[in-house]
Write a protein that binds this ligand. Sequence first.
Ligand SMILES: [Zn+2]
Ligand SMILES: [Zn+2]
Length: 237
Amino acid sequence: MIELGMRFVRLCPICGSEAYSDSVICPECASQLDSECFDSFMTRCPKCFYPRISDQYPCKRCSCSGIESSKVHQVYPVARYDGKLGFSIVDSFKFHNRRELAKVVALYLNRALDVMDSAGKAVVVPIPCSWGRLLRFGWDQMEQVCRYLKRPNISLLRRTDDNLVQQKHLRKSQRQEASGSKFCLEEEVADLDDLKSRKLIVVDDIMTTGSTMDAAISLLEENGFSDVCGATWLAEL
Ligand SMILES: [Zn+2]
Ligand SMILES: [Zn+2]
């Protein structure tokens, strides 16, 4: 925010031009990002929320993943991974230290939270970043995003498999293997029993194979959390 005379002007964190005082980003960036959202060009599976071309086609997640459809986790991705602006924002945010873009990631993740939790009672669980990332950048990207989400959050997950392998350099099949037992439960969490009666939404910025998200949700379910789903801004279908 900058001061022009007595007028305060909010600047768009994406392009730097003026945004309306009540919005995070400028109208041009908003319209580009909205056009990259799945709901502008696809329908969704009513069961798992995965986007699909039309209601005529079966849901790729429910019918082709090889998992029994009642066991497919509900995950709500907001926008396409290969959308031009969305992808470049996440890239700048994660790999070029543009921390202020957490607000933009949160803006779109909040849309998913509102669909998954219309009652507004859920607690958000961020996917933790790797140690390699933490050493390199000194901050956890989803922790940063959680500051701007409209739900309380708790760090319930801890990484177990940190071998400093950068997932983005692995092929898709290797990535699937690499995330077999990625997480364990954080040990010292207060009011765990109270949390088990709440709805949890695991959040991440990008979902590619979905295996990281599935591993996180499965671990929470195995530990007695009965109402767990996921939300992500970008997804590769
Ligand atoms: Zn802008
Ligand atoms: Zn489905």
